[in-house]
Design a protein around this ligand. Structure first.
Ligand SMILES: C[S@@+](CC[C@H](N)C(=O)[O-])C[C@H]1O[C@@H](n2cnc3c(N)ncnc32)[C@H](O)[C@@H]1O
Length: 297
């Protein structure tokens, strides 16, 4: 498998950023369990992971996969994600490719395509449609597309009150926590806020308005910094390593959080039928995070 050196500066940055993130931005153990359940119909599935999400590549390798492929266009990202993984990735086939470009040699070769937060990185609906059609062609008949994605909130979603309650909840719980536990809470808070900012700054068609998101991030940033003096503690514990506060300021969370109904229609138009759709995440808005299993006609 082709790799970058682990000390490459971009690889180091990616490792640090992903270490500062947690569920719900990264899949939780219960999300991984849902992905695993969607594979139960095969004894030795051939699995393609869209991207190089460590939890999903590990799942494929643990799951007796006959073939495990990771399709991602960034070697740096693949190298970084491998550092965050638990399994031995020597059996993983790395396929360096942009998801939007069809790879003919993979046509009809996989039982399942797994993705976490992946279509979120692309423009809805055009690029979603192109990529879903490509994945359909990689799947055998009866093959499954299993994706965990964020969607526009169906209930009115007030980012101000949401973030204020998130900050005060974490501030009160973290005051009593041990340092390691406090760091975990901060990682989760930043991960949740990052998705919330994305969803709240998406227009009705689901496309994120980047300047609106930047405004929201900076509006709450001072509040966040003032409440969490312990971010300073993090900095002194790991000098030079981005803290969750730096990651908060990064202001990235994907391009599209579309309405669920439109996504369901798109999947059907592309030749999938939806087997199941489940919520992912614990607090009220992350109800908009969903794990969907769609089967190829
Ligand atoms: C899995 S996605 C996002 C994960 C995360 N759950 C989130 O919501 O921010 C990140 C990975 O997708 C890869 N990626 C993004 N766009 C891509 C594209 N068009 N083709 C191939 N890989 C892509 C990046 O290189 C990176 O490894």
């Amino acid at each position: 498998m082709q790799q970058r050196a682990v000390h490459d500066s971009e690889v180091r940055r990616l490792i640090a950023v992903w270490n500062a993130l947690a569920p719900p931005l990264r899949p939780s153990p219960s999300d991984v369990e849902l992905f695993a359940q969607s594979l139960e119909k095969w004894d030795e599935p051939r699995i393609m992971v869209q991207g190089a999400t460590p939890e999903l590549v590990d799942l494929a390798l643990r799951n007796n996969a006959k073939r495990a492929i990771a399709m991602d266009y960034s070697i740096s990202s693949l190298t970084a994600m491998q550092q965050l993984a638990c399994e031995d990735w020597s059996r993983l086939e790395y396929y360096q490719n942009d998801w939007r470009v069809f790879a003919p040699e993979l046509e009809g070769t996989v039982d399942a395509v797994l993705g976490d937060g992946t279509l979120t990185m692309l423009d809805f609906p055009k690029e979603w449609e192109d990529v879903i059609r490509n994945f359909k062609r990689y799947l055998v008949q009866g093959g499954r597309l299993v994706l965990r994605l964020g969607f526009l909130a169906e209930e009115p979603f007030h980012i101000d009150s949401y973030i204020r309650s998130l900050l005060s909840n974490v501030a009160s719980r973290s005051a009593r926590a041990e340092p390691e536990e406090r760091r975990r809470m901060l990682r989760e808070m930043v991960s949740e806020a990052r998705i919330a900012f994305g969803i709240a700054s998406a227009e009705a068609n689901g496309v994120v308005n980047p300047s609106l998101r930047a405004e929201m991030v900076s509006l709450f940033h001072n509040d966040c910094e003032a409440r969490f003096a312990c971010f300073k503690e993090w900095e002194s514990v790991r000098p030079g390593i981005p803290s969750p506060l730096d990651v908060w300021k990064e202001n990235r969370s994907g391009k599209s959080f579309p309405p669920w109904e439109e996504t369901a229609d798109l999947l059907q138009v592309c030749g999938f039928y939806i087997k199941s759709i489940q919520g992912s995440g614990t607090r009220p808005f992350p109800g908009a995070m969903r794990l969907l299993v769609a089967e190829r006609d």
